[in-house]
Write a protein that binds this ligand. Structure first.
Ligand SMILES: [Zn+2]
Length: 141
């Protein structure tokens, strides 16, 4: 590192920015600098993610489900399954919180437990599953 003093480093960066401004070389300069300082960049990125877990989780959620900030807040504040009413808990896999969404349209639906999400997926593959289950149970009573 050419400058250990943060102020000298900032001044060097300002001079470089001014020198390369409008030439299109700044992006290339940054790319080259990043390649030379990959470990430092990765460490800085790791530290930032560690200190900003909420932002990372929100971005991940909103990107994955193409959701709004309000939908993310609704997901975070949900305490009970919107389908069966069971209280969410990380203690059991079946009561874990899931963001239900349509896989065809990507539309975010409700916040449900993993058990209801699994049943919903089964129903999608076989819409007659509940009738068949009812008949099966009646047959064996
Ligand atoms: Zn449920």
């Amino acid at each position: 590192m050419p400058y250990k003093d943060p102020e000298k480093r900032k001044e060097h960066s300002r001079k470089q920015t001014a020198k390369l401004k409008g030439t299109g070389k700044r992006t290339e300069y940054h790319r080259q600098w990043r390649l030379k300082n990959l470990d430092r960049c990765n460490e800085t990125s790791r530290r930032w993610k560690e200190n900003n877990k909420d932002k990372v989780n929100q971005t991940r959620y909103c990107t994955r489900y193409k959701a709004t900030e309000e939908q993310y807040k609704h997901y975070l504040s949900a305490t009970h399954c919107e389908c069966c009413g069971i209280e969410f808990s990380d203690d059991h896999d079946t009561t874990r919180k899931c963001q239900d969404h349509c896989h065809d349209t990507g539309k975010v639906r409700g916040v449900i437990c993993k058990r209801c999400n699994t049943v919903e997926a089964q129903y999608k593959f076989n819409p007659n599953i509940f009738e068949q289950l009812k008949e099966y149970i009646a047959k064996h009573q």
